[in-house]
Design a protein around this ligand. Structure first.
Ligand code: NDP
Ligand code: HSE
Length: 437
């Protein structure tokens, strides 16, 4: 089996190292030796340390490498939409098998890749694109195919989980925790894709597509990042026995007309400390899958890093190589259900709302009236002296309200109306709540 490796950075370098270190085992598992036919990079003269590879294999001509007749499998670990899409479509149409870690491309235009794979007859595998080393996509696309998945809830971005875990542990604000993540090498120089939720949204689209047999693209995913999460939000969560996580949530459910749909969203949310995802700290990832027959399943591990991601890439390389040798291909894309993606306003969520209100008769009634007008049911109300100061008539009070489940649009409208009330001095924090309280 001859591989064209596109990219030799953090992940590609580790792919080369593992291929070298485990060549005998990999050959035994596949039934044929694995050889690197060439490695396409951007800068041919870049110092690549002690990488165990013949320098003559490097090229700056990815398309030329892909088109070679002696290439069976193309491994893409470059990233981005173009030129990666052109390369992979070319490879797949030519009948090569493709392994990629490129979540951005799969979420933006997975259709182009799946169509090209169907045309060429090769395999398209992408285990490393979501949650790094964690075997997750194969279980969704194979092991759980006899079941009906109802919900996938995950922490799929290591950088933001590191930041939120640091805020929870130390009481730091977002900026301070981001600085620490950057110093320790968790956050990239430009952390936008992570902290604004783009990375998690791409992964959410891939997970939802597999779980619900429906094409979901990044543009279908409601996305909010963690830049607005404050130390006060974290403290408020703690007071409720909760922690805050950036969650990706994909769930089946009926829309307002009763049709089965999916909702796919990424946003920070409070979860109780008793929830299995609450203890996922540092830069780890975990995904909680709920299926009708299997019940609850949890997948946990390293979601990023050169070696962990290369482990998933090589697992795919072994699978597609074995398929080629056997003259078979894996099941193609399964999108038969073709469910509509529900708008965020129709997603069923719960809110935790902290208000600074005037402490005088009738205030609670006025606040409760706003919830009632939007048909939002209140689950719990807690009142205390504002900012920990002395309570009493004439002073402000902190009012913390947790709702029952309601359409997100109704909750947003409730908060909007609360902001306009004279008796509400400020809306201190609004967070969605997941996993029961
Ligand atoms: P890096 O930036 O470390 O490496 C990118 C590689 O691609 C480099 O070798 C670079 O060449 C090469 N490259 C860039 N542009 C071109 C081009 N136009 N032509 C040929 N080669 C090019 O990226 P990572 O290894 O971190 O990520 C690779 C992929 O894996 C991405 O899709 C990413 O999302 C995904 N991924 C990464 C994870 C991680 O932890 N890093 C985890 C999970 C997925 P040169 O070496 O010359 O600069
Ligand atoms: N930036 C990503 C993260 C890398 O922080 O999880 C893995 O996709």
């Amino acid at each position: 089996m001859r591989l064209a490796l596109l990219g030799c950075g953090t992940v590609g370098g580790e792919v080369v190292r593992l291929l070298h270190e485990q060549s005998a085992d990999l050959a035994a598992r596949i039934g044929a030796p694995l050889e690197i036919a060439g490695i396409a990079v951007r800068r041919i003269g870049r110092d690549r340390g002690d990488l165990p590879v013949d320098p003559a294999l490097f090229t700056t001509d990815p398309l030329g490498l892909i088109k070679r007749d002696d290439v069976d499998v193309v491994v893409e670990v470059v990233g981005g939409i173009e030129p990666a899409r052109t390369w992979l479509v070319e490879a797949l149409r030519a009948g090569k098998s493709v392994v990629t870690a490129n979540k951005a491309l799969l979420a933006e235009d997975g259709v182009a890749l799946h169509d090209a794979a169907a045309e060429g007859g090769g395999d398209l595998y992408y285990e490393a694109s979501v949650a790094g080393a964690i075997p997750l996509l194969r279980p969704l696309r194979e092991s759980l195919h006899g079941d009906r998945i109802t919900r996938v809830t995950g922490i799929v971005n290591g950088t933001t989980n590191f930041i939120l875990s640091a805020m929870d542990a130390t009481g730091a604000g977002f900026a301070e925790a981001l600085e620490e993540a950057t110093e320790l090498g968790y956050a990239e120089a430009d952390p936008t894709a992570d902290v604004e939720g783009f990375d998690a949204a791409a992964k959410a689209a891939i997970l939802a597509s597999l779980a619900f047999h429906t094409r979901v693209a990044a543009a279908d995913v409601h996305r909010e990042g963690i830049t607005e999460v404050t130390a006060a939000d974290v403290a408020s969560a703690k007071a409720m026995g909760c922690t805050i996580k950036l969650l990706c949530i994909a769930a089946r459910g009926a829309d307002s007309a009763g049709r089965e749909t999916v909702s796919v969203r990424v946003h920070p949310a409070m979860i109780p400390l008793t929830h299995p995802l609450a203890s996922v700290g540092d830069a780890f990832n975990a995904v909680f899958v709920e299926a009708e027959a299997a019940g609850q399943l949890m997948f946990y591990g390293r979601g990023a890093g050169g070696a962990p991601t290369a482990s998933a890439v090589l697992g795919d390389v072994v699978a597609v190589s074995r398929n080629r040798l056997a003259g078979v291909r894996a099941a193609s894309e399964s999108a038969y259900a073709d469910l509509a993606v529900r708008p965020m306003g129709e997603a069923l969520t719960r809110y935790h709302i902290s208000l600074d209100v005037a402490d005088r008769p009738g205030v609670l009634e006025a606040v409760a009236g706003v919830f009632a007008r939007h048909d939002v049911s209140i689950a719990t109300v807690r009142q205390g002296p504002a900012g920990g100061g002395p309570a009493g008539r004439g002073d402000d009070a902190d009012l913390v309200i947790v709702t029952h489940v309601a359409p997100d649009a109704a909750l947003t409208a409730t908060v909007g109306e609360l902001r306009g009330l004279d008796i509400v001095r400020s809306v201190a924090s609004v967070l969605r709540v997941e996993g029961g309280l």
